[in-house]
Design a protein around this ligand. Structure first.
Ligand code: PGA
Length: 268
């Protein structure tokens, strides 16, 4: 794991945007894994700003989102399809035919939908770079604690903590879904690079467990300890429970020197 601690959330977003930009500029047919939630909104703002400034094009980009609520109408403003449209897709030159979410409409079988999503990712050549947030309970995507470390795209029942964490996003009277389709932990682990963004003190404990705890289904993000190319971007608050901050800082300075000498090493 490469752990990079920034002064603030804005710098975390800029750094994540830099990763996306490197991929898009390097690969003719980049495949990007996307996340929803509050954290990546600032990343999408950065990407839209760069697109608007003519520095970035999404014309050849394919995307796969981590998750989507079960049986939600894509037109529902609470769907993750709507979230992606509002925060990224409608602002850039992406072909929406190349954007996918793990949907499961009324009458569809979650099992076959999950398998089809896995197949679609494979046909696209696999995910080059997966953007992730982390839940206060250590989830990635909607892989809640107890999720098998070998899980693939499937339906999950959300925990009470996730339902209550996300309740802030629902207005009174709006139905909050309790089930979702999500990429599995093994699906995420297949991505060539993983960039996890975490900001704010409410993530500090989960971040500590992810980085310094044992690999365990009780902290799904800890599976990233086994990933060859996992990059964790933190602000000071999210890093506040870590004991090795000086080492991470030093290692990053050393890394930066290598990048200056040899350029980026990303092997997409
Ligand atoms: P958040 O969610 O960015 O809204 O905090 C992150 C997550 O649950 O993965």
């Amino acid at each position: 794991m490469q752990i990079i601690i920034y002064d603030n959330a804005q710098q975390v977003a800029q750094s994540a945007a830099q990763w996306v930009k490197e991929l898009i500029n390097k690969k003719p047919d980049p495949v990007l894994g996307l996340a929803t939630g509050s954290t990546p909104i600032s990343l999408y703002k950065e990407l839209v700003a760069q697109y608007t400034a003519g520095q970035l094009s999404f014309k050849n980009v394919s995307t796969f989102n981590l998750d989507e609520y079960h049986q939600i109408d894509p037109a529902n403003p609470q769907s993750y399809r709507s979230f992606m449209h509002q925060n990224l897709f409608k602002h850039v030159d992406i072909d929406t035919n190349n954007t996918s979410l793990p949907t499961c409409a009324v009458g569809e079988n979650p099992r076959t939908q999950g398998l089809a999503y896995e197949q679609k990712i494979k046909q696209a050549g696999g995910i080059d770079l997966q953007i992730l947030g982390i839940g206060g309970n250590g989830h990635i995507g909607f892989n809640e604690p107890t999720s098998s470390l070998s899980s693939r795209t499937r339906i999950k029942t959300l925990t009470q903590q996730t339902i209550s964490d996300n309740s802030r996003l629902f207005k009174q009277g709006e139905v909050q879904p309790t089930m979702a389709m999500t990429m599995g932990i093994a699906t995420i682990m297949d991505a060539r690079y993983v960039v996890l963004m975490a900001t704010g003190a409410s993530k500090a404990q989960a971040v500590k467990e992810m980085i310094t705890g044992g690999v365990s289904a009780m902290c799904p993000a800890s599976a990233l300890q086994m990933h060859e190319n996992a990059i964790v971007l933190l602000d000071q608050a999210a890093a506040s429970e870590l004991g090795e901050k000086n080492y991470y800082q030093w290692a990053n300075n050393e890394n930066r020197k290598l990048i200056e000498d040899y350029g980026y090493f990303h092997n997409y």
